[in-house]
Ligand binder design. Structure first.
Ligand code: NDP
Length: 245
């Protein structure tokens, strides 16, 4: 059984690599890249709740079922649950949606991804729990918290670019936005890097790989979009990694 799950996870990681290449040619059609031909549109707020809820519900289930597991595993599951409470409920509640909406096909694909990803991570986190407070666990947690802080800060900076009721795009400035176009994606990648280091299992590594596969091509697409949209867009700003990419 464990061997089969391990092989399924290798296949899942292979699919993540394929998706990375595809997303460099086909930008996921939501937000500023939203376009017709991907099914009926749903409001952005509802879309986020529907897309992210499986990740929250599945890890909560594992957490309750394995309540007597080693504390480091409970801390990591707790961090996951907090992240997805934010993404499923707080982020959509606060956001100032753009004009377009999210197509149902994107919602469906996200739900499939989130369900498989949460099942793998719940299973591996409690089947192979980190048992002690090692230096690796502590460093992973530090990186995870730093990434989450960057991520939430950047989401906030993007949100307040629009006054309530506005739907247009503006050039974000300040902090990490002076260096990269998408610090919200950078923060998310840093966060799941920390999770993978602290959890130290194959499912957490697969999640990091999929996060990179989703967010690196999207950060590059956002950066191209900004440069095309705004003639005064800062020329020394990178897409995702300060001074590098
Ligand atoms: P975006 O940066 O495209 O948008 C975030 C919000 O800010 C949207 O409401 C958007 O409006 C608004 N916004 C963005 N830029 C501007 C601007 N220049 N002017 C005005 N408003 C702006 O992020 P995503 O929607 O792609 O993702 C949201 C979060 O979800 C991110 O923090 C990301 O890290 C996370 N995510 C994680 C994934 C993963 O694989 N782990 C995959 C995808 C997302 P509008 O919608 O109108 O564009």
């Amino acid at each position: 059984m464990i061997t089969e799950i391990r092989y399924a996870l290798y296949a899942w990681m292979g699919l993540g690599v394929l998706v990375f290449f595809l997303l460099n040619f086909i930008t996921a059609p939501y937000g500023r890249h939203s376009r017709k031909g991907w099914g009926p549109m749903v409001s952005e707020r509802l879309a986020w709740v529907l897309m992210e809820f499986p990740s929250l519900a599945i890890l909560l289930y594992f957490l309750v079922k394995h309540w007597s597991s080693p504390i480091p595993a409970l801390i990591l599951a707790g961090a996951w649950v907090l992240h997805y409470i934010y993404r499923t409920f707080i982020f959509p509640l606060l956001l100032r949606p753009g004009p377009k909406g999210t197509p149902v096909s994107i919602i469906f694909m996200s739900q499939v991804f989130n369900t498989i990803n949460a099942l793998f991570n719940g299973f591996f986190l409690f089947m192979y729990p980190p048992t002690g407070f090692s230096l690796r666990f502590a460093s992973g947690m530090f990186i995870l918290i730093a990434g989450f802080a960057i991520h939430v800060w950047a989401d906030h900076r993007l949100r307040v670019l629009r006054k309530p009721g506005e739907t247009e795009y503006k050039i974000p400035v300040g902090g990490l936005f002076n260096y990269v176009s998408s610090p919200n994606y950078l923060g998310e990648i840093v966060e799941w890097t920390g999770f993978a280091i602290a959890a130290w299992n194959l499912a957490a590594l697969a999640f990091l790989l999929w996060t990179i596969a989703n967010l690196v091509p999207r950060a590059l697409a956002h950066h191209r979009w900004y440069k095309k949209q705004f003639s005064d867009y800062p020329s020394d700003r990178k897409a995702l990694i300060p001074f590098i990419l």
